[in-house]
Structures are given as C-alpha cells and as structure tokens.
Design a protein around this ligand. Sequence first.
Ligand code: FE2
Ligand code: FE2
Length: 288
Amino acid sequence: MQTENDRLVAHVARLGEEHPPIPMDSVDFTVNDPAGFGDRFGHVLDYMARVELEVDRNVLEISTMLPNPPEVDKRFYAEVWQPQEIQHGLILDRLQQLLGRPPATTDLDHVGLKLKVLGLLAHLEPFQDVCRMLYYLTGMATERSAVIAYNLLHDGVIETGEHAVAETVIAPIKRQEPGHYAFYQLSARAHWATLAAWQKWLVRRMRRISFAPVGVNNVTQLADFGEVMETLGVDHEGRDLAADVARVEQELLWARDRGLPVPDYVTRAFREAVEAAAARRAAVRLGM
Ligand SMILES: [Fe+2]
Ligand SMILES: [Fe+2]
C-alpha cells in the first residue's frame, strides 16, 4: 500500500523530471513598450524577483530551524525548489533590468534571531516537529500566493499585448508553482496528523503571532506587497485572497472552531498591506 511518504517521494521525483529549471536562453525578452510596461508592472516584477531570489535565505532558515529534515524534504529543497525558484528570480530580475529598472535588493543570508532560537529549541525532537509544521504552513501560504499572483500577472501581461513576456517568462514560471504548493500541502496534511495535542496548540499560538504575507519582513515591504495586490487586482470581482491563501490552514488548524471562515490574522495581515500602501501614496502626494 502506498503511504503518504511514498506519495510525497513520487511527487518530488516527478517535479524534478517534468520541471527542470527554466533555461535563461529559452526566454524571449522582447518588450514592445518598455516604458509603459515598466510603469504598470515594474514594481510587481521587482517584488517577485526579490522573493524568488531570497529562496537562498529560505534554505538557510530551513537548515537553522530544522536541523534534521526528512530525506524527501532535503531532496525537494535541493533538487526541485531552490533550483527552480532561483531561476524564476534571475529571469524576472533580468527582465526588470532590461526595462531600465535597478536590480532587486535582496537579503540572502540574514537569519533572524527568532529563527536561531527556534533552531536551538528544535534540537529537541518534539519541538522540531512544531517548527516543521510552521514551515509547511508558511510554504503553503507562500506558494498559493505565488500561484494566484502569476495567474493574475499572466492575464495582465496578455492584456498589455506583451506576448513574448507572457508566453516565455510568466507562463513557464506559473506552471512550476502549483507543484511547490502541492508539496507543502501534502507535507502539512501528513505532518499535522502526527502531532500531539500540545504540539497542535503550540502551532496555532505561534502561527497566530508570526504570520506575514509572502516576502514581508518590514513596513516598507508590507506597503510594497499592498501595491502588488492592487496592481494585480487580487481583491477585485469578489475574490478573497486571504480565504484562498489560508483555505487548507483554516481546515487543518481551525476547523473545530466555529465562526470565522478565514483565520483573522491572515485577513488582518492582507488588510494592513493595502492600508500601508495607501498611507505611503498619501504621504508621497503630500510631499512628506
Ligand atoms: Fe517561483
Ligand atoms: Fe514556488
């Protein structure tokens, strides 16, 4: 009988075979209207390039926080995730530079104190299991956000008539994100089922205080994220980004609680991003 772990191993092997990193020379960087395209989507390319390139820091964070990851996780990080994401970042960063924008400013090697403390505690096996769950939840939210963002970006780029970018940059990247999301979702579901009640309690507490939208580590990045949300129109037409990003998290962590359909810390974080972007725009208008 196939176990959860067998499924995960097969999934990772398939991703590795079917989705090699996108070669730079497969990309057609032709842009008909660089100025117009840069004005509309430049900041989105910049945000995504940064987040993708920061996969190198994420890998460092993982090795700090999870000293003994399972084999299948190691394989996913080394053979699938890192090589694919770094290439997404390099391609998007090259594109924005060709539009005349500066390269993404990245933080590739700074692991925060909080994570280092978690890493020390994680040498205790039961605590490492809590950290692993938190990491899978972050991965799930991050990758789901990427799936949504690249879908919307693809639609927006097609609308501008920049078909080379749509077909050779955004489309190939967007095809690789659902596999990452599936990895984290499978992992989160399987791992959650193994946790004891006290571990689940701790996961809920820690998640509530540590959730942040993808790529947000400070107030500037929060406003940047808000602007990306607005340009991509994530909340238009009755779409609810928070509900979509946190659907499985809600089901796993909070299903037994009646009431909110979406964890309130997720809704709040996205609302704060939009508010931070609006506040920054107002400050610029007032010349502050
Ligand atoms: Fe990516
Ligand atoms: Fe991804």
